[in-house]
Design a protein around this ligand. Structure first.
Ligand SMILES: Nc1ncnc2c1ncn2[C@@H]1O[C@H](COP(=O)(O)OP(=O)(O)OP(=O)(O)O)[C@@H](O)[C@H]1O
Ligand SMILES: [Mg+2]
Length: 256
């Protein structure tokens, strides 16, 4: 079947995740899948559990219950899953004393990317994101938007089959956002499964092929933009759908 791994699983599968931080329950039986070629937008108010979900997907956190699979590998048990993933974390982390180029070269080397191919793709993204003039600057000197572009480049150069990105466009100027979206679309057309969290509903509405809205750690609505609009009544914008589902019906008491 199109969009599935050879063993019949979607590239991203999340099953019944429960995550507690002490007495705070962040995820309550959260489940969803992202197929190859999809651009899936994870939406939800502050504290809904988006970052927690994405961190579990890249093995940075363990859930109390449930399981996550990347390209058919159980992430909690098999670190191999992560060799397929490009990840942009919520809080920008760069090695402050490495230059932009050194950082990208290190990421490529750690992921065993062919040297020539790596050199080419580093050139490509330095050019595309207009950060060539910063290639020899230390990461500590970069603006927020520039850091975000370096992190996007790092996620793209590793030839990912799955892209997991937490608020990837935070701080990017309009031209960079455009370049970023075009590149992600190109990768999705080539079969990459894309999962991103965002608060930019206008962008999500035009960019994502499917959306999941979570609130208090539960999926309260999921579908294509058109399906979600129908759920909330015709001719609604995604913003109106979001407000109606998350605020209007009471948090957690949703359409699903
Ligand atoms: N390290 C932590 N320790 C304790 N509680 C945490 C921790 N990280 C997250 N939480 C709690 O878990 C819940 C989900 O947080 P999470 O960061 O996943 O939300 P989010 O959807 O990413 O929010 P935002 O839109 O603000 O980024 C919140 O109640 C948050 O306070
Ligand atoms: Mg978050």
């Amino acid at each position: 079947m199109v969009g599935l791994t050879p063993d019949g699983m979607a590239p991203v599968e999340v099953h019944g995740l429960v995550k507690r931080y002490g007495r705070v329950t962040a995820l309550r039986e959260l489940s969803f899948k992202v197929s190859s070629g999809e651009i899936y937008g994870l939406l939800g108010p502050n504290g809904a559990g988006k970052t927690t979900t994405l961190k579990i997907l890249v093995g940075l956190l363990s859930p109390q219950r449930g399981s996550v699979y990347i390209m058919g590998y159980d992430v909690v048990r098999r670190a191999d899953a992560l060799k397929h993933v490009g990840y942009i974390p919520e809080n920008p982390v760069l090695f402050r004393n490495l230059t932009v180029r050194e950082f990208l070269e290190m990421i490529g080397a750690l992921r065993d990317i062919d040297r020539e191919e790596l050199a080419d793709s580093i050139e490509r993204y330095l050019e595309m994101f207009r950060i060539r003039d910063k290639e020899n600057e230390p990461a500590s000197s970069l603006s927020r938007g520039m850091i975000q572009k370096v992190l996007a480049s790092a996620a793209f150069i590793v030839r990912p089959r799955v892209l997991i990105m937490d608020e990837p466009m935070a701080g990017m100027d309009p031209e960079s956002q455009h370049v970023f979206k075009e590149e992600v679309r190109r990768m999705a057309r080539e079969g990459v499964a894309v999962l991103l969290s965002s608060h930019l509903l206008d962008m999500v509405e035009r960019f994502c092929t499917r959306v999941g809205i979570i609130s208090e750690g539960r999926m309260i609505a999921e579908g294509s933009i058109d399906e979600l609009r129908k759920l909330a009544g015709e001719d609604r914008s995604l913003e109106e759908v979001f407000l109606k589902l998350v605020v209007g019906s009471g948090q957690g008491a949703g359409a699903r």
